[in-house]
Design a protein around this ligand. Structure first.
Ligand SMILES: Cc1cc2nc3c(=O)[nH]c(=O)nc-3n(C[C@H](O)[C@H](O)[C@H](O)COP(=O)(O)OP(=O)(O)OC[C@H]3O[C@@H](n4cnc5c(N)ncnc54)[C@H](O)[C@@H]3O)c2cc1C
Length: 413
């Protein structure tokens, strides 16, 4: 039996290794780029956050973290994730020769701290007699006729008994994100939801962002739509030329500006501190010779402190002792509640993951096989499932890829 797998990214390589467990199965793995796992190599800032120990679905484990996946039917992901969970993934990688380490937050990285190591162990494992890897070969068309798939790439047409589409999403297009998988699956009758960027930086028209470019700070960040909170997270924020970024923003970026309204990101820049304590400290500084430029020195990043002071009405070049009480109180308020107006998310180029994709209702969650085209499978980001920041998307790629590969690689009775 021949199983064709389109895409040698995270889910495609996982699928290939599982399908090839059956020695009677011949696997053909297509990759349009010159080498496998190009996006994988860039994940986790070059460290590859390959899973998260909190990935467990909530229903079966009542005290686990909230369900971390989105999509039209996020429950679709449950079977694959329960079957191939985080610990199972670490054991699987250990068998491939990769040592991993879990941080306190639950994020798992290769012990070497290099994404390269993850790609390397997968690459070495693919060197099996029943796996044929075709790099630099882009699949253009898949047609099913008389129960057989004809897969056409830029060089030839090959026939396969089963096909797994593992082409990934459109996010991170410079690293290989493409529409290809959606197009192939649509040509075979599947439907695709609206695609949009997720885990992405947010743009703002507030000029302060430019002045703060590069500044990092811990904060609570709340997304407000027309004044109503819609998402919240705590963690590190980074100011960029265009707006705001960092893990805390990725976490809450998913639905921002997707509907009409006034979108704002409200920052508490001193999470865990009380406004009265800050007020006490700033009024204490009135009894010193501190210049007004240093009002928030020792509390916030210097550049951030000056921007907040200015926004509250503190005049540069004066003394703290001359700042009116109401202005000082406004500084305290802004430190705890600083609003940044949002215009839109950055584009697919900058996004880590695609929200939306091929409708999962048209696939069997127990096998990843299409309900419309027997013998056709899909896995990974091309499907309408996306996870939160912290290793959840790669876990989905490993789990769905391994499930698809195992099922597609089995001979029919
Ligand atoms: C910068 C960045 C950092 C990230 N960091 C993390 C992280 O730390 N942790 C985490 O969990 N997630 C992270 N992600 C998300 C994660 O990388 C993806 O969700 C995951 O790689 C999806 O796996 P996949 O197999 O579905 O797709 P991919 O890994 O994108 O693989 C798809 C492959 O298919 C190939 N392909 C596409 N079309 C064709 C075709 N027609 N013919 C042949 N080949 C084709 C592509 O070239 C690609 O190699 C990050 C994403 C980005 C962009």
């Amino acid at each position: 039996m021949i199983v064709g797998i389109i895409g040698a990214g995270a889910s495609g390589m996982a699928a290939a290794l599982e399908a090839a467990q059956n020695e009677n199965t011949q696997v053909i793995l297509w990759e349009r780029q010159a080498r496998v796992g190009r996006k994988l190599q860039a994940t986790g800032n070059g460290r590859c956050n390959l899973t998260n120990m909190n990935v467990r679905p909530r229903i079966e484990y009542p005290d686990a973290a909230p369900w971390a996946y989105h999509g039209t039917s996020p429950g679709f992901a449950k079977h694959a994730l329960l079957h191939y969970g985080a610990e199972n993934t670490r054991q699987w990688f250990l068998r491939l020769g990769l040592y991993t380490v879990a941080e306190e937050s639950g994020r798992v990285y290769p012990f070497s701290d290099q994404a390269n190591s993850v790609v390397d162990v997968l690459r070495f494992a693919l060197e099996k007699p029943n796996i044929r890897l075709l790099c630099g070969r882009e699949v253009k068309k898949v047609v099913k006729k008389d129960g057989i798939f004809a897969v056409t790439d830029n060089e030839e047409t090959v026939t396969c008994d089963r096909v797994i589409v593992a082409c990934g999403g459109i996010a991170g297009s410079k690293l290989g994100g493409t529409m290809s998988g959606y197009q192939i699956l649509r040509s075979l009758g599947h439907r695709c939801t609206k695609l949009r960027p997720a885990l992405v930086q947010l743009k703002s028209d507030w000029s302060g962002c430019q002045a703060l470019k590069g500044v990092r700070t811990q904060c609570w960040a709340t997304i407000l739509r027309d004044g109503k909170p819609v998402a919240q997270s705590r963690g590190e924020l980074q100011f960029t030329e265009y707006g705001i970024s960092g893990p805390v923003i990725f976490e809450i970026s998913r639905d921002v500006c997707q509907e009409k309204g006034e979108w704002v990101c409200r920052l508490d820049l001193l999470p865990g501190f009380h406004e009265e304590d800050l007020e006490y400290e700033l009024f204490r500084r009135k009894n010193t010779n501190l210049s007004s430029d240093d009002l928030l020195t020792g509390i916030l990043h210097n550049r951030l402190g000056r921007v907040i002071s200015k926004a509250a009405g503190v005049k540069a070049g004066g003394f703290v002792r001359d700042i009116p009480d109401d202005v000082l109180r406004e500084v305290c308020r802004l430190v705890m509640e600083f609003d940044i107006h949002l215009t839109e998310p950055m584009g697919m180029d900058s996004a880590q993951v695609t929200a939306g994709g091929i409708l999962t209702d048209e696939f069997d969650p127990n096998t990843m096989e299409s309900k419309l085209v027997p013998g056709l499978y899909a896995c990974g980001e091309v499907l309408d499932i996306d996870g939160k920041c912290g290793g959840y998307n790669l876990q989905w790629a490993w789990s769905s890829g391994r499930l698809a590969g195992t099922c597609a690689g089995k001979e029919t009775q």
